[in-house]
Design a protein around this ligand. Structure first.
Ligand SMILES: *Cc1c(COP(=O)(O)O)cnc(C)c1O
Length: 367
C-alpha cells in the first residue's frame, strides 16, 4: 500500500515493526542458511553453525551497548512476565525490595514480587493515570532493600525516565522492554536490566537479561525451579536447554542492522527526530492532545486523544484505510497510541502527521 511489498506503516506497541533489511536477509537465508543446507529453525542448537549465531549475537550486542566484562548477557524465554518472578526469586536476600510504580507493567511486577518478600511501593504516578514520572531524586529507600525496581519506559502510558532514580547505593533493576536499544545506555548504573525483544528488537519469544555477576547466586531456596535461576543460564551461555533459537538469530540480524546505521548514538538521533515531528504537531494541534506531561515523554510510545470517543474511533478506522495501522490506544488510556520504535521509518511518522493534519481540518469544526 505505502511502500515495497505492500507493507503498511505499523504503529503496534508490540509485537512491532522490524527493519525491512532484516526481514529480507531472513527471507534470503530461510531455506539454506549460509550453505548449511537448512534453515536456522531446523538446526541443532548444539551445532557449530548455531553456536556462531548466538555467540555473534552476544558479541554484537555487547559492542552496541558497551556491556562491562562483569555482566552476563542472557537470552531467555517466558516474556517480561517471567522476569516479574525471576527478579525477586533471584535477587531477594534480605527479603525486601522497593518498587516504583509508573504503570501497569511496573504494577504487575510489584504485585508478583509480593509472593516472595516484603515489597514496598516507594513512589507512584497512579494519581494521574500514570501520565508522568515521579520525582525520584530523594525517595524513602528502605535501608535493607535488596534492590530498587523501575519500568523505564512505560509502553502503555508513553512515559520514560529522563533521570534514573537515586537509589542511595541500592542495586537498580530496570524493565527496559520498550526502550531497549533506542538510545545508548550506561549498563554500569544497573544491577540488572531486562527486555522482551518483541517491542524494539526482534520476534516475540526472546527475553534479554543483562545481569552483574555478583547478583548471580547459587544459594537460592531449594524450591526454586532450575530454569528460574539466572545461574543455570549464565553457567551455560544461554544454552542450558533449547533456547528460542530462531528468535535469537533475528535479534542478531537487528544488532548488525543497528551497527550498520551507526550504533545507538545515531539511532537516538533518528528516534529524537521522529518523536519531535509527532510531539511538535501535537503541541500545535487544536484537535489532538498528547496525554503525557512533556517532561516525561517517551521517544517510543506516543499516546494522544481528540477528546471525543467518536472522533477517536473514526480516526483509527480512517487511518487504517490509509495504511497507518495499529494506532488504537491501550484500553486503560483510550484514544490513540503511535509506537515509533527503531524500525519505524521517519517517512512513516511524516505520513501519520500529514494524515492527522488533514483529519483535523475535516473534523475540528464538528466538535
Ligand atoms: C510488553 C511489556 C511487558 C510484557 O511483556 P510480555 O513479553 O508479554 O510478558 C512488560 N513490560 C514492558 C515495559 C512491556 O512493554
Amino acid at each position: 500500500m505505502v511502500n515495497n511489498y505492500n507493507r503498511v506503516y505499523n504503529f503496534s506497541a508490540g509485537p512491532a515493526v522490524l527493519p525491512v533489511e532484516v526481514l529480507e536477509t531472513a527471507r534470503d537465508e530461510m531455506l539454506n542458511y549460509q550453505n548449511s543446507g537448512m534453515s536456522v529453525m531446523e538446526m541443532s542448537h548444539r551445532s557449530k553453525t548455531y553456536d556462531t549465531i548466538i555467540k555473534t549475537a552476544e558479541k554484537d550486542l555487547r559492542e552496541l551497548i558497551n556491556v562491562p566484562n562483569n555482566y552476563k548477557v542472557l537470552f531467555l524465554q517466558g516474556g517480561a512476565h517471567l522476569q516479574f518472578s525471576m527478579v525477586p526469586i533471584n535477587l531477594l536476600k534480605n527479603g525486601v525490595a522497593d518498587y516504583i510504580v509508573t504503570g501497569q507493567w511496573a504494577k504487575k511486577a510489584y504485585i508478583e514480587a509480593q509472593k516472595y518478600g516484603k515489597i514496598n511501593k516507594i513512589a507512584t504516578s497512579e494519581d494521574k493515570n500514570f501520565s508522568y514520572i515521579p520525582d525520584c531524586s530523594n525517595l524513602d529507600i528502605t535501608p535493607d532493600a535488596d534492590y530498587v525496581y523501575i519500568c523505564e519506559n512505560n509502553t502503555i502510558y508513553g512515559t520514560k525516565y529522563k533521570t534514573l532514580p537515586n537509589t542511595k547505593g541500592k542495586t537498580l533493576v530496570s524493565d527496559m522492554s520498550s526502550c531497549f536499544l533506542s538510545e545508548p545506555i550506561d549498563i554500569a548504573k544497573y544491577g540488572l536490566i531486562y527486555a522482551g525483544v518483541q517491542k524494539n528488537v526482534g520476534p516475540a519469544g526472546v527475553q534479554i537479561v543483562i545481569i552483574r555477576e555478583d547478583l548471580i547466586r547459587e544459594d537460592l531456596p531449594s524450591w526454586c525451579p532450575t530454569m528460574l535461576k539466572y545461574k543455570t543460564h549464565a553457567d551455560n551461555d544461554s544454552l542450558y536447554n533449547t533456547p528460542p533459537a530462531y528468535g535469537i538469530y533475528i535479534c542478531g540480524l537487528v544488532f548488525k542492522w543497528l551497527k550498520k546505521i551507526g550504533g545507538l548514538e545515531k539511532m537516538k538521533e533518528i528516534n529524537e527526530q521522529k518523536a519531535k515531528i509527532l510531539y511538535d504537531f501535537l503541541d500545535s494541534s487544536k484537535l489532538f492532545k498528547g496525554t503525557v506531561e512533556p517532561a516525561s515523554r517517551s521517544l517510543m510510545n506516543v499516546p494522544f486523544i481528540t477528546g471525543s470517543d467518536e472522533l477517536d474511533k473514526k480516526f483509527i478506522e480512517e487511518s487504517a484505510k490509509k495504511g497507518l495501522v495499529q494506532l488504537k490506544g491501550h484500553r486503560t488510556v483510550g484514544g490513540m497510541r503511535a509506537s515509533i520504535y527503531n524500525a519505524m521509518p521517519i517517512k512513516g511518522v511524516e505520513k501519520l502527521v500529514e494524515f492527522m493534519a488533514n483529519f483535523e481540518k475535516e473534523n475540528y469544526k464538528l466538535l
